[in-house]
Design a protein around this ligand. Structure first.
Ligand SMILES: Cc1ncc(COP(=O)(O)O)c(C=O)c1O
Length: 469
């Protein structure tokens, strides 16, 4: 057995036939550590202590000249790594827009890691490709998007925006007789990009990555919630990419797609939607109203690691005309065998990739349509409970709490920032800060399936205590 070799033996911990029993013991140990971690995650401070972060020094040092036993490696990670995590798997983490991981997705991730598949091609992993395809279709249905829409499972919304924009760039330039994949953008016909003034920075980054420029955009004024003003749109035509947003990262507000999209479509513009979390509101009969009109777009970017709680990392790009995506992403090589089926490497920026579509399938299968809708409804109702409690205590809630996001000011910018710092140090919950249209605010994003009403009440009490001190 590998574990019985002395640690300095050059073969002591290398994988292979002699290690089967040791591997089983190691994986059982890893499962136990993971289960212990999750069982304790709600009882510990949400942010890691400064001491726990400092103790990560134990993982430093030069690469050892020889192997370390896998048990010792796992022990080091659990001993020093676990306490230094942010407890986002628990119910009281409200930073950024970060979901947890529903049990089926987490369990599937373990299995997928054991499978160790390369989801690049059907030939490399039929199971990954088939299961991902089913999951993509479920996502399309849940989001209420047109039949025939194609897609790619990527790492997150930044990459999903990038992927969809590459398809948009292809389609608009192909219509103008330009082959951008072959000839690049030098001397290409001009494309105009229109964004709202509260566009997410990842969208701007993605525009830079596809060569359309981070700054070379027309910014449309927005209202007090960050919604693009339909009355302030510039002229749109068949050389325009119009980027809409479904769910502002601060306020949760949606651009008025129903007012904008019919005319934008008629003008021939390519409409792209950054719906990193907001698009999932379509899964709830109660919240679906916010997503009306976005189905008229040409492409959409979203994240399953946000509201659907599929675990990191999992983003999705969807494109009404899959051929445009395929033209932008396809790859050929003599050694890449291909059949009749959809090859992910023809729709994704990556070739080799993990089979994250399987986790997506597992999470969605376990939730079903009603489960996804319930996450949207429950987290949004928790957000309203936060807002009501903070308002009742005399604090200003800066946004209309339409979905799961709350922005609160505790008074002056200094007082707000001090309150946030005290709250983060206190450890009952975790929220971050933001600037919203000239106001310093604390952001509460209720995105986890694991948050209970008791978590909200305990966190609210901690916020009010932090604001008093
Ligand atoms: C509206 C919006 N777009 C894009 C992103 C970026 O997503 P990711 O971090 O998955 O790349 C976010 C992240 O919060 C977001 O809220």
């Amino acid at each position: 057995m590998a574990a019985s070799h002395p640690p300095h033996s050059p073969h002591s911990s290398l994988p292979g036939a002699p290690g089967a029993e040791a591997r089983t013991a190691l994986l059982k140990r890893a499962a136990r550590d993971a289960i212990d971690y999750l069982e304790g995650v709600n009882a510990r401070p949400v942010a890691p202590s400064p001491e726990a972060v400092a103790a990560l020094g134990a993982l430093r040092g030069p690469l050892p000249p020889g192997p370390t036993s896998p048990e010792a490696v796992l022990h080091l990670l659990h001993e020093y790594g676990s306490p230094a995590t942010m407890a986002q798997a628990g119910g009281r983490y409200f930073g950024y827009v970060i979901g947890g991981s529903v049990p089926a997705a987490l369990a599937a991730a373990w299995l997928v890691s054991a499978w160790d598949q390369n989801a690049a091609t059907f030939g490399a992993s039929a199971v990954s490709v088939c299961v991902e395809e089913i999951a993509l279709e479920w996502v399309r249905e849940l989001l209420g998007l047109p039949e025939g829409t194609g897609g790619a499972v990527v790492t997150g919304a930044t990459m999903a925006n990038f992927t969809a924009l590459a398809a948009a760039r292809h389609a608009l330039l192909a219509r103008a007789g330009w082959d951008v994949e072959s000839d690049g953008l030098f001397e290409a016909p001009e494309i105009r990009v229109v964004v709202g003034d509260e566009v997410h920075p990842s969208m701007v980054k993605a525009l830079g990555l596809v060569g359309l420029g981070r700054k070379r955009v027309v910014r449309v004024p927005v209202d007090g919630q960050g919604r693009m003003r339909a009355d302030a749109l510039p002229h749109l035509d068949e050389r325009t990419i119009l980027c809409l947003q479904a769910g502002n990262v601060n306020t949760g507000a949606f651009d008025p797609a129903a007012a904008i999209c019919p005319a934008a479509r008629a003008a021939g513009a390519w409409i792209h939607v950054d719906g990193a979390f907001g698009l999932w509101a379509a899964a709830s009969p109660e919240y679906r109203k916010w997503t009306k009109g976005f189905e008229l777009a040409d492409s959409w970017a979203t994240d399953a690691h946000k509201w659907p709680n599929i675990g990191y990392d999992c983003g999705i790009a969807l494109v009404r005309e899959p051929d445009a995506l395929r033209a932008a992403m396809s790859i050929r090589a003599s050694y890449l065998e291909r059949g009749e089926q959809r090859e992910p490497s023809d729709y994704n920026p990556e070739l080799s990739r993990r089979a994250r579509g399987v986790e997506l399938w597992a999470g969605l299968r376990s939730l079903g349509r009603s489960g996804m809708g319930e996450i949207v409804e429950r987290t949004s109702s928790h957000a309203r409970r936060f807002a009501a409690g903070l308002k009742a205590a005399g604090f200003q809630v800066l946004n209309e709490v339409a979905i799961n996001q709350v922005l609160v000011s505790f008074g002056t910018p200094d007082r707000t920032l001090q309150t946030i710092a005290r709250l983060q140090a206190d450890g009952v919950c975790w929220c971050g800060s933001t600037e919203w249209q000239g106001h310093t605010a604390m952001r509460i994003s209720v995105s986890s399936w694991a948050t209970t009403t008791d978590d909200v009440d305990r966190s609210l009490a901690a916020m009010l205590r932090a604001a008093e001190e």
